[in-house]
Design a protein around this ligand. Structure first.
Ligand SMILES: Cc1cc2nc3c(=O)[nH]c(=O)nc-3n(C[C@H](O)[C@H](O)[C@H](O)COP(=O)(O)OP(=O)(O)OC[C@H]3O[C@@H](n4cnc5c(N)ncnc54)[C@H](O)[C@@H]3O)c2cc1C
Length: 308
């Protein structure tokens, strides 16, 4: 038995195809909620949703302003679940929509399935040490889902049913200014190859050697949380793990990474993991398909030379 209806909300167009493909495997009807005008909705038409509703956010407004309108739309179905892209803005939207639906909200869930007509899912708990299986008991519920959670499957037909959402935005706040963040536009969830940098790197300048390796492999560069959060050597949107991005590339090279469970939670869906660590008892070797015990400063130049 499939769920009746799922609403897919995303603040980034790139996330729709995967989220809608996953939703389509779970529910009879999938509605994508796009923040933008008709042109933005039409651009998203290849996402595979049965219909698209667009919310024309004004320059001074925010996507969350449509939370009440979205909830009112969701409540037109006797039962429906909402899947939101797991970004900072996505989590804010999820919270507000959950309030208007009077429903529970869970962030960063995986392994979504229908169970007894309700949405069920897994969620990492105790800092990554365990996974908890949860099922809604209510007809409505909201979850956020990171990239790499669903399989894409075959391309779905383009959505022809496109309309503006009913209801007006309601803004309790005035935006005073907006400053663009200088972060690299890396989409790790879509990357086929990733060079994953850990704290084994001695200094920021040494990132260059990892970038060189990435360049010869045509890979993206990501990292562990301390490299982004503590050292601030790479932007926060490229650290992987249970609180970061979840990826599933064909190849991931873990360089100078210990392989703590919180990081593994973000990379364990990679098809092939190669680890380089100078400590032969580092836990990363338990998750790696191929392990190289050695100093990254000796191993990487050799790898680059061989692969160039
Ligand atoms: C609630 C919670 C959530 C967390 N969420 C995340 C998360 O989402 N993502 C995340 O990454 N972390 C997360 N963490 C942090 C996590 O527990 C680890 O501290 C972190 O992943 C360790 O990063 P690391 O492997 O880069 O560094 P370290 O653990 O310091 O490992 C560095 C490794 O480099 C090796 N090394 C050193 N020098 C060299 C060399 N020259 N050549 C080769 N190898 C070398 C060492 O042997 C060591 O194994 C979280 C922690 C908590 C408590």
């Amino acid at each position: 038995m499939a769920l009746t209806s799922i609403y897919v909300i995303s603040d980034t167009a790139a996330a729709f195809p995967e989220l809608c493909a996953g939703a389509k495997q779970l529910a009879g009807s999938v509605t994508a909620i796009v923040f933008g005008d008709l042109a933005a909705a039409e651009a998203a038409a290849g996402c595979g949703a049965d219909r698209i509703l667009f919310c024309p956010v004004s320059d001074a407004g925010s996507p969350e302003d449509y939370a009440a309108a979205i909830a009112a739309e969701v409540k037109k179905d006797a039962s429906a679940y909402v899947i939101v892209n797991n970004t900072i803005l996505g989590r804010a939207i999820a919270g507000k929509v959950g309030v208007y639906l009077d429903a529970a909200v869970f962030s960063n869930v995986s392994e979504l399935a229908e169970e007894n007509g309700r949405l069920a899912f897994s969620r990492t708990v105790y800092g990554g040490a365990a996974a908890r299986r949860i099922a809604f008991t209510t007809p409505y519920g909201v979850v956020t889902v990171g990239g790499g959670t669903f399989e894409m499957g075959a391309p779905l037909p383009a959505t022809t049913q496109i309309a503006q959402i009913e209801g007006e935005p309601a803004a309790p706040l005035n935006r005073i200014s907006r400053d663009e963040k200088r972060e690299t536009a890396v989409n790790l969830t879509a990357a086929r190859r990733i060079v994953d940098v850990g704290r084994g790197l001695a200094k920021e300048e040494d990132l260059e050697i990892c970038r060189k390796l990435a360049s010869v492999l045509d890979a993206e560069v990501g990292c562990s949380r301390p490299v982004a959060e503590n050292n601030k050597w790479l932007p926060k949107n490229v650290y992987m793990g249970i609180t970061g991005v979840q990826v599933k590339p064909d190849l991931l090279l873990a360089i100078g990474l210990s392989g703590q469970i919180q990081h593994i939670g973000g990379i364990n869906k990679s098809r092939f993991i190669v680890a380089v660590n100078k400590d032969k008892s580092a836990p990363i070797f338990k998750s790696a398909d191929f392990g190289l015990v050695g100093d990254l400063y000796k191993v990487l130049p050799l790898l680059i030379e061989k692969l160039s």
